[in-house]
Design a protein around this ligand. Structure first.
Ligand code: FAD
Length: 310
């Protein structure tokens, strides 16, 4: 029998006391599903990187969760990155997601505050190498393979790449640099994820490529997300959200769409599921309940179980 898929969640550091409280509630709920790890997003801007470190510290010391620290080349000199990696390992974190970060002027994950930030390491693969070097130099007392390093992968072409093939070559270079696994950018077309797995395998990529799934329950958020990631707007999902009359209906539409994405990804051979949570838990937990892979009972009725987006 195949092992159950790995389960992980992306969180972002809260920026106010109110959002901190709501994150703690979300953490409680997510804890109950016993995820393999939770990842914490990063921005190279001074104010926001401290929040990432504070949340990592909280996760290590106050929760049973296993944190993975996102880290970006953007916003740091090499010396600063070395310090950051040592600091994060020193907190007791044993997993990194090594990213280049969005360039100044682009509109991705954390780009709004990346203007004028340094970028001495031009690509994520050099950050993977840097983490591996520090692991072997300063943390050689840790058991081999104790520090895990993930990287980003793209079912839909990265906006700066010339082709999907270039994205695969870059993924291969990150694997050669020492990456253990990849998580995909958000996507809505399941054929693109299946295509990524096929092309990666053909090119010699052997690391697990975990689908990044986001249950989207608001049209406004869907449009913003597509603008930020460069992923085309999924018209059927957008239309269904637009035509829904109530919040509950939009919730169920988003949950059903994400559930079908998870099913399709697992059918394509995904060995895990990574959820972009936006620090909210209800939609993610409802997807898990439908998948029947986590100990959770929803408070929402699944009246729209027969919805089809295909
Ligand atoms: P890279 O792998 O370095 O690739 C970026 C681009 O550089 C490529 O598309 C290609 O055009 C070019 N390139 C790379 N290598 C070469 C080469 N050898 N030769 C020529 N060109 C090359 N951003 C944040 O700021 N904070 C976060 O916390 C964050 N979390 C993320 C989590 C996930 C799961 C994902 C998928 C993305 C995340 N991002 C985050 C966004 C990410 O930083 C951006 O997508 C960024 O634009 C690219 O990062 P990368 O690590 O894929 O870069």
């Amino acid at each position: 029998m195949a092992p159950p898929p790995s389960l992980s969640y992306e969180l972002y550091p809260p920026r106010s006391e109110a959002s901190c409280e709501s994150l703690f509630k979300t953490l409680d709920q997510l804890c109950a599903t016993r995820p393999d790890y939770v990842s914490v997003t990063y921005s190279g801007s001074n104010d926001r990187k401290q929040n990432t470190l504070a949340l990592l510290d909280h996760l290590v010391h106050e929760t049973p969760l296993t944190p993975v620290a996102h880290l970006t080349c953007v916003g740091h000199t090499v010396a600063e990155l070395e310090t950051a990696v040592r600091l994060i390992l020193g907190l007791g974190v044993r997993g990194f997601l090594a990213l280049r970060g969005d360039l100044p002027g682009s509109s991705g994950h954390a780009a709004s505050s990346s203007q004028d930030l340094p970028l001495e390491l031009p690509f994520a693969r050099y950050l993977v190498e840097l983490i591996r070097r520090i692991e072997s130099e300063d943390f050689s007392h840790l058991a081999a393979g104790k520090v895990s390093v993930g990287v980003a992968a793209y079912p839909y072409k990265h906006p700066e790449s010339t082709s999907l093939l270039q994205d695969i070559e870059i993924l291969l270079s990150k694997q050669r640099a020492g990456a253990d696994y990849a998580i995909t950018q958000v996507y809505f077309d399941n054929a693109q994820y299946a295509g990524l797995l096929d092309s990666a395998e053909t090119a010699g990529v052997s690391l697990p490529i975990i689908p990044g799934i986001m249950p989207v329950t608001s049209l406004r958020r869907l449009i913003k997300l597509c603008e930020m990631s460069g992923v085309p707007i999924p018209l059927k999902l957008a239309g269904a959200l637009e035509n829904a009359d109530t919040r509950l209906e939009r919730h169920q539409i988003g949950v059903e769409f994400a559930y079908q994405q998870c099913r399709a990804a697992l059918d394509s051979g995904a060995s895990g599921l990574h959820f972009y949570t936006f620090n909210e838990h209800t939609a993610v937990l409802d997807v898990l309940e439908k998948l029947d892979i986590a100990p959770y009972t929803s408070r929402f009725p699944h009246r729209l179980g027969e919805l089809s987006f295909s």
